[in-house]
Design a protein around this ligand. Structure first.
Ligand code: PRX
Length: 629
């Protein structure tokens, strides 16, 4: 047992106000009767038709939840609130980077979403279609997602920082006919370009027929007849009625597709469904952040990533919360932008990433102290391990020493929080603490056996849960191979992270154990970076590794073997760095290129990135018996 001085204990006020007052009792019950626990949670929602079977485990690893039930996530996120006092409550407060402000009640949100839904129908979008959304952080992004869900189409949101090639690849995999975008958005005082990127992507996408563009920046963009439509033009037509029936869906129907990076080159389109995802995101959001009706919830993520899907849009709206959304950069025009907005809107919970915290920390606390941010009652962290220094700054300076930090470990694949504290949990800086209810977690060796306390092992989830991804779009085999094959006989979900559990049962996430790199919390694959590198005519072969970076958590470092006749130079390095940023998007720009004559490989020809990494860090290179040369 650790010394109690290692812990940060919640205040009496937090404990008094907490809905769940004892983690251990509640957890034990949720494990002993997992199905009972999830059924109880599901009953907090409305269903058009209840389920016949809670979970169908007959076709491992393709689990089905709430089998036979009829629902639509929009029914719970909007429709049902219209019958209660939530109708006139604010659903969304949005601030644009230039300082413009928009607010929508649940009633107004319903009108916006219904109009958008009718427009999509008029554009020929049907139940089961996949619509690609490539947008800045403006309210229409949320309306577009909900409009798709409302009519039973799935959405595939592509992060607005991705390149046209990355966008085209995702459009093509999903076979989208319709893309929703904007002319651009505002970032650091400048207008970003989105429509022009979509135009280039559409040239590479044979299935693409219709593009709907929201006007945000007013910059000139190219529009083509019979393909391109301004959203405001469509909205002015009679087709855009504000009355639209919500489509009744099977619980297992696809709600969305979200692409994420894995070990091999092609991004994986993970599939989430209406029923299980509704239950999981709302239950985790409500219980982990002990959501109160008066909360103003700010998840400072981009809806282009799972955090935005689960905890900016769906979970909070199902719980009837008021969500806050901000368009632009945290340090524009000054580094106090976030604290100013927390003060202005009375935000009560802030959920963000360690990278954002580190980025703001470097400006010092005087920027924070200019504002009254005492409305905050809880803080959250997600996306990468949070270093204790950033944790303490977040806790002491932003939370004024009184706001517990919910360090939530989860993944695109899990749909929502898996390892996380509750407000009452004694915290240790840097640990995501304990499993959420209904979850049994393991840190295991190669054979899938639990390792001893404080030993490092592979992180696994031992039992299925409603928010789990159902498959990889068009690739059931890859889904099985990536997440379930490794511990097949035990039926464990293999998360791809390494971790340890300490003597108090607290989990410490160490990081990815596969070829995924987390740059500023964004998930990128080494293989994607490498294939961008070798698409440059000077590069014959390449290897990408992650090394620690003070602000970003990890930075990408690439090794390059040049083609005959090409010489290393500073100019070529710059060209290659820009080439990768062009091919993938600016977030993937490596820190440096290291020119090499050869790369360490196994006898079967696989690049041993761990050897490169150990060398770069001056660490022990480990077992080299499989090294070819
Ligand atoms: O390595 C873990 C890290 O992020 C990975 C999942 O990335 P993604 O699917 O993009 O989802 C990010 C948002 C949920 C995990 O495999 N990760 C996520 N949260 C944490 C974390 N690492 C440490 N601590 C966390 N709280």
């Amino acid at each position: 047992m650790s010394n109690s001085k290692d812990f940060y204990f919640p205040s009496q006020e937090i404990v008094d106000n907490a809905t769940v007052k004892s983690y251990d009792d509640f957890y034990k019950k949720s494990i002993e009767d997992r199905e009972g626990f999830w059924a109880q949670e599901a009953k907090q929602l409305e269903w058009y038709k209840p389920w016949d079977k809670l979970v169908d485990e007959s076709n491992h690893p393709f689990y089905k939840w709430f089998v036979g039930a009829k629902t639509n996530i929009v029914h719970n996120a909007i429709d049902r609130h219209l019958k209660t006092a939530n109708r006139n409550k604010l659903a969304l407060i949005w601030e644009g980077e230039p300082g413009d402000l928009k607010t929508y009640s649940y009633h107004a949100l319903n009108r916006e979403v219904s109009e958008f839904a009718n427009i999509l129908k008029a554009m020929g979008v049907h139940k089961g279609d996949i619509v690609t959304i490539y947008m800045p952080q403006i309210p229409e992004q949320i309306f577009a997602m909900l409009a798709c869900a409302k009519i039973g189409a799935a959405h595939s949101v592509v992060y607005g920082g991705f390149s046209h090639e990355a966008l085209a690849e995702r459009i093509n995999d999903a076979k989208s006919r319709v893309v929703i975008t904007a002319d651009g958005g505002f970032r650091r005082g400048k207008a970003t370009q989105l429509k022009s990127i979509v135009n280039k992507a559409m040239e590479l996408s044979p299935t693409m027929e219709v593009c709907i563009t929201v006007k945000r920046t007013g910059e000139e963009v190219y529009m083509e007849n019979d393909r391109d439509y301004w959203y405001h033009d469509l909205k002015a037509l009679p087709i855009a009625s504000h009355k639209c029936e919500t489509e009744q869906m099977d619980a297992e129907d696809m709600l969305f597709l979200l692409y994420t990076s894995g070990s091999t080159g092609k991004p994986k389109g993970l599939v989430h469904t209406h029923g299980g995802y509704s239950v999981y995101t709302s239950a985790t959001h409500r219980m982990v952040f002990d959501i109160k009706p008066e909360d103003r919830w700010w998840c400072a993520a981009d809806p282009g990533w799972i955090t935005g899907h689960s905890y900016m849009v769906y979970g909070p709206l199902i719980n009837g919360s008021t969500i806050f959304m901000y368009e632009g950069a945290p340090n524009h025009p000054y580094p106090d932008r976030w604290w100013r907005m927390i003060d202005k809107y009375g935000i009560t919970v802030l959920y963000t990433s360690p990278t954002a915290i580190r980025g703001l920390m470097r400006y010092g606390e005087s920027w924070v102290k200019r504002h009254d941010i005492s409305s905050l009652r809880l803080l959250g962290s997600v996306g990468e391990p949070i270093n204790p220094e950033a944790w303490r700054w977040y806790h002491d300076t932003i939370g004024n020493g009184k706001c517990p930090i919910m360090d939530t470990w989860w993944q695109t694949e899990t749909g929502g929080f898996v390892i996380t504290p509750l407000p009452i949990t004694p915290l240790k800086p840097g640990s995501a603490t304990k499993p959420f209810f209904g979850h049994e977690i393991g840190v295991v060796n190669e054979k899938g056996e639990d390792v001893a306390a404080n030993d490092v092992g592979a992180l696994v989830i031992k039992k299925p849960w409603p928010g789990m991804a159902r498959t990889i779009m068009n690739d059931d085999d890859r889904y099985n191979e990536t997440y379930w094959k490794k511990f097949e006989d035990k039926k464990y979900y293999h998360a791809g992270d390494s971790a340890k559990k300490d003597e108090d049962g607290y989990y410490w996430i160490i990081g990815r154990s596969d070829d995924v790199i987390k740059v500023s919390g964004y998930r990128l694959g080494t293989a994607e970076v490498e294939s961008a590198m070798v698409s440059h005519p000077a590069v014959a072969e390449s290897a990408a590794i992650a090394l620690p970076h003070e602000l970003k958590g990890s930075g990408i470092h690439v090794y390059a073997i040049l083609r005959e006749g090409r010489e290393p130079s500073k100019e070529l390095e710059k060209e290659l760095l820009n080439h990768v940023a062009q091919a993938m998007g600016p977030i993937a720009k490596p820190e440096e290129v290291i020119f090499a004559d050869s790369l360490p490989k196994t006898r079967s020809g696989k690049i041993m990135r761990r050897v490169l990494k150990a060398r770069a860090l001056g660490e022990d290179e480990g077992d080299l018996s499989t090294l070819d040369d």
